[in-house]
Design a protein around this ligand. Sequence first.
Ligand SMILES: [Zn+2]
Length: 183
Amino acid sequence: MSVLVPSGSRWYLSARLQHVLVLNASYEPLNVCTVRRAHVLVYKGKAEVVERLDQPLRSATGSFIWPHVIRLLHYVRVPRAIQRKISRRALFARDGWRCVYCGTSSGRLTLDHVVPRSRGGESVWENVVTACAPCNLRKGDRTLEQAGMVLHAQPRPPAPVLFIKLAAPRIPQGWTPYLPVTT
Ligand SMILES: [Zn+2]
């Protein structure tokens, strides 16, 4: 199965460089994939290599280009319905690792449903926020109005770039021209 993509020790030289940035046909950043996956997409004619690393990837069967940024040839719509699953890590990152109610970044962070689940609040990006444990406890099973608390920002689904940054905490230099400056 490894005809396309070499395996071996060179492969693991730098975990960071194994990540490939995937752009939509519109050049918007979509996500991050492995070099192996990038090779498959390019081989199948689904993507083109936009940036490559200087050094080739070598294996017993030959040498291969090392994709760094690829672009899908057909535009992919990302419907709201299949937006990324909520994880605590992504949620806390979206909210800047701070409690949305009091702004603290110290102590234990928790996931809070703005409209409590017991009141029909859904587990969707628009209804979950990062809260410190004391604020979460204070709010309890009440609505914002009942608890007399305010949200400092309206919760929204995070942009794809957030997941890109979570997948590759150290953004390679070659990616920066393709990523928006903020978040
Ligand atoms: Zn708080």
